[in-house]
Design a protein around this ligand. Structure first.
Ligand code: PEP
Ligand code: MN
Length: 341
């Protein structure tokens, strides 16, 4: 539980300083969460050991309440403004625009990646995705090209001025990902790999944290908290469908997760309709829904030859479908005054 302390109006800066020092002397850190009208602090640390009555004993305190939120750094009550994350080529998450991330599920060859990236750059896509280390359900499925694939992704991104994102599976690969990616993706299967999350707190790049297959929104935000508590505040959340009793779609897209995250947190949140639906025919409509609900971005799988893709062909869009989708997304983004980057 988190402790929020509100001070009375018109208290001198000196009195505030003395109060802060007194609380910090007890081993806590105070985070300023006030606004122009109110002076307010969130207490960081093991607040169970801090008695609310002791805090209320200070004359300048008007209120001290415990709130249920188990996450702090990720919580909107600790950080009112949206976190805005800007990549080297200007793509920006969290600023009332939406970013399109697109590319193949897996990097399969230089030609495949170059063909897809060349096409996507004609569509104005600023962020290229591509898996090099693949978390496949079966050990017999294609496992990705590994480091060789990551280098291809990096070089292709440079060639087309696109930022690149790829999934990390192992914390030992962090230096490599710091070098070759612009966003480091944590896949759904690793959302609760706390060792990995702690290591990513030391990453030099923003992290895209996918929601776990069966994770609640709170568990997902707690995973973001791990990364933030270890030093990296640039976290983008990605809803990619959750497991329900339904089998018609690959997963069930929880569209309301965007709204829930916006209420609970200041972090940007995007939608990955590809892994949610598992069917290419549903991607455009789900993407429109994602923009309508205010997602900070989309991540869509695109392939030059989905029938022969080494992974996730069934949910990958061919170029002409992607172009049609972009047209319709732009029309919507214009209507709702939320530009699509
Ligand atoms: C992916 O993005 O290629 C991927 C494996 O996604 P998820 O972790 O959401 O299944
Ligand atoms: Mn995939």
């Amino acid at each position: 539980m988190t402790l929020i302390i509100k001070l009375k109006k018109d208290v001198s800066n000196e009195a505030i300083e003395t109060f802060k020092q007194a609380i910090e002397a007890k081993g806590f850190t105070l985070k300023d969460i006030g606004s122009e009208e109110t002076t307010m602090f969130g207490v960081l640390g093991d607040t169970k050991t801090l008695d609310v009555r002791d805090v209320l004993a200070y004359e300048i305190v008007s209120d001290a309440v415990r709130i249920q939120s188990p996450f702090k750094e990720a919580s909107r009550s600790f950080h009112k403004e949206n976190t805005v994350i800007t990549l080297k080529n200007g793509a920006t998450f969290g600023n009332d625009e939406s970013v399109m991330i697109a590319g193949p599920c897996s990097i399969e060859s230089h030609t495949q990646l170059d063909t897809i990236a060349a096409y996507l750059s004609t569509q104005g896509v600023k962020v290229l995705r591509g898996g090099a280390f693949k978390p496949r359900t079966s050990p017999y499925s294609f496992q990705g090209l590994g480091l060789e694939g990551l280098k291809m992704l990096y070089n292709t991104g440079q060639k087309y001025n696109m930022a690149v994102i790829s999934e990390i599976m192992n914390k030992e690969d962090l230096d490599t990902f710091n070098t070759y990616t612009d966003i480091i993706q944590v896949g759904a299967r690793n959302m609760a790999n706390f060792d990995l999350l702690k290591a990513l707190g030391k990453a030099k790049k923003p992290i895209m944290l996918k929601r776990g297959l069966s994770a609640t929104i709170e568990e997902w935000l707690m995973s973001a908290e791990y990364i933030m508590a270890h030093g990296n505040h640039e976290v983008i959340l990605a809803e990619r469908g959750i497991r329900t009793f339904e089998t018609y779609t690959r997963n069930t897209l929880d569209i309301s997760a965007v709204l829930a995250v916006k209420e609970l947190s200041h972090l940007p949140v995007i939608i990955d309709p590809s892994h949610a639906a598992g069917k290419y025919s549903m991607i455009e409509k789900l993407s429109l829904a994602a923009l309508a609900v205010g997602a900070d971005g989309l991540m869509v799988e695109v392939h030059n030859d989905p029938e022969n893709a080494l992974s996730d062909g069934a949910q990958s869009l061919k170029f002409d479908r992607f172009s049609d989708m972009m047209q319709n997304l732009k029309t919507l983004s214009h209507a709702i005054k939320r530009p699509l980057q």
